[in-house]
Design a protein around this ligand. Structure first.
Ligand code: ADP
Ligand code: MG
Length: 416
């Protein structure tokens, strides 16, 4: 029986194991480490991963992607006339990763560690844990993605503070993480759930349409998908080559435009401006000044872009700790954690502490304006977990014997 780690990503997912003293990424059936988090169903045939991603072009109506954003919500995805929740779809991805792992390892997987964004709330975490119940696999623990990335980069015994910059396909998560001795603790978290590599693709697609006199909104789902994939390919190609093209067949006509790296830079500038805001928030919430931090740890496929790297390093004048495996780093950290679990000598005493990324508040009576309730914060965001707080509140009405206590979580709102 084996335990594996799963980085269940918005765009791509990975599985990892720890064998014979080494962290080992598990290849899928194609011999690749990254499995696209995409599901396609048609004529009762279900595919997950690379083949499903290809169906985004040929059959987008029956293909689901980016469903991690909807974990813990009631959002329904319809594939081949059937309704699926984000948990259903994520379960299919995990099932595929587990099957690939079992055939690679030659043994059954009975336990998994899954990484989740640090800002995931209780609903989103429960929805992730439910995957294990559905598959009959124990979810040993959920580990926050920035903690996993920091574990992968931190040398035990050293005191260092990092900005973990995780820029994936559809989300940006920035965390300040303190590592001292054997303790890894998240100090602050900021993020944008709707900012990622796909925004670069969209910006390129918009520029393409504008230059060709095409109305992007008039494209049907298939044409839009195809244009976005062509834009993504152009972006990826421009990382290595001077010129790359975007093309589209629309109304029986073939459109094509070449892009240079300089053009890409100006097209993506508005997206980078949004990145700046998130970094600013994470740093200011951490209580550190930028120069007191040691380095960036880059995570996620979009962090591989030299334009992104030069932008963020210039922004804070901070170096990058490690410039490889960005899209594997979370999985590698999970692998190290598996070693902790096995009590391997090297990493035996690692302690991971987390913070509450939200302010938790309750509603209280407003004397000035009884129609408008007040929100009273009990646990301020970024409190180190576990945490508890006592507060005495009184009833408003004479003879009142009951109160409703509601709990709200407020993300990214400054506490009093
Ligand atoms: P997630 O964490 O969201 O699951 P990843 O970390 O795998 O996703 O990032 C996927 C995103 O990274 C996609 O938008 C993809 O286009 C982008 N990406 C992958 N490799 C590169 C690269 N070399 N240069 C630029 N962008 C890249
Ligand atoms: Mg990721």
């Amino acid at each position: 029986m084996a335990t594996i780690g799963i980085d269940l990503g918005t765009t791509n997912s990975l599985a990892v194991t720890y064998r014979e003293g080494e962290v080992e990424l598990i290849p899928n059936g194609f011999g690749e480490y990254l499995t696209p988090s995409v599901v396609h169903v048609s004529d009762d045939v279900l595919t997950v991963g690379k083949i499903a991603k290809e169906r985004l072009v040929t059959d987008p109506e029956n293909t689901a992607q980016l469903f991690k954003r909807s974990m813990g919500t009631n959002e329904i995805f319809y594939l081949d006339g059937e309704a699926y929740s984000a948990t259903d779809l994520s379960t299919l991805v995990v099932k595929q990763l587990v099957a690939d792992a079992e055939s690679y390892l030659g043994e059954k997987v009975d336990e998994v560690l899954i990484s989740v964004p640090a800002y995931f709330n209780e609903k989103q975490r429960s929805a992730t844990k439910a995957i294990g119940q559905r598959l009959g696999i124990k979810v040993e623990r959920l580990i926050n993605e920035p903690s996993a990335a920091a574990i992968a980069c931190h040398k035990i015994g050293k005191d260092e503070s990092f900005i973990v910059f995780d820029f994936g396909g559809g989300t940006l998560d920035v965390s300040v993480v303190d590592c001292f001795d054997n303790v890894i603790s998240i100090v602050s978290i900021a993020g944008d759930n709707f900012l990622g590599g796909s925004d670069f693709d969209k910006a390129i697609a918009e520029d393409f349409c504008q230059s060709q006199g095409i109305d992007l909104e008039k494209l049907d789902t298939k044409q839009k998908s195809s244009l976005l994939l062509s834009s993504e390919r152009c972006k990826l190609k421009l990382q290595k080559e001077k010129l790359a093209a975007v093309s589209l067949t629309y109304d029986d006509q073939y459109y094509m435009k070449q892009y240079t790296q300089a053009e890409l830079k100006s097209i993506i500038q508005p997206v980078l401006d949004r990145v700046k805001k998130v970094i600013g928030r994470a740093v200011s919430d951490s209580g550190y000044r930028a120069h007191e931090l040691d380095a960036f740890i880059l995570v996620g496929g979009s962090s591989m872009m030299p334009l992104v790297q030069s932008y963020i390093t210039n922004l804070l004048n901070l170096p990058i700790k490690r410039l490889k495996d960005m899209d594997e780093l979370v999985a590698r950290g999970l692998g190290t954690y598996l070693a902790v679990k096995e009590r391997q000598e090297k990493v035996k005493d690692l302690v991971i502490t987390d913070i509450c990324p939200f302010s938790l508040s309750t509603s209280t009576y407003n004397e000035q304006n009884p129609d408008l309730e007040l929100s009273t914060v009990l646990i301020p965001k970024n409190s180190v977990l576990p945490t508890s707080k006592k507060m005495t509140l009184r009833t408003v009405h004479k003879g009142q014997t009951k109160v409703n206590i509601s709990v709200f979580s407020l993300a990214y709102i400054a506490c009093p």
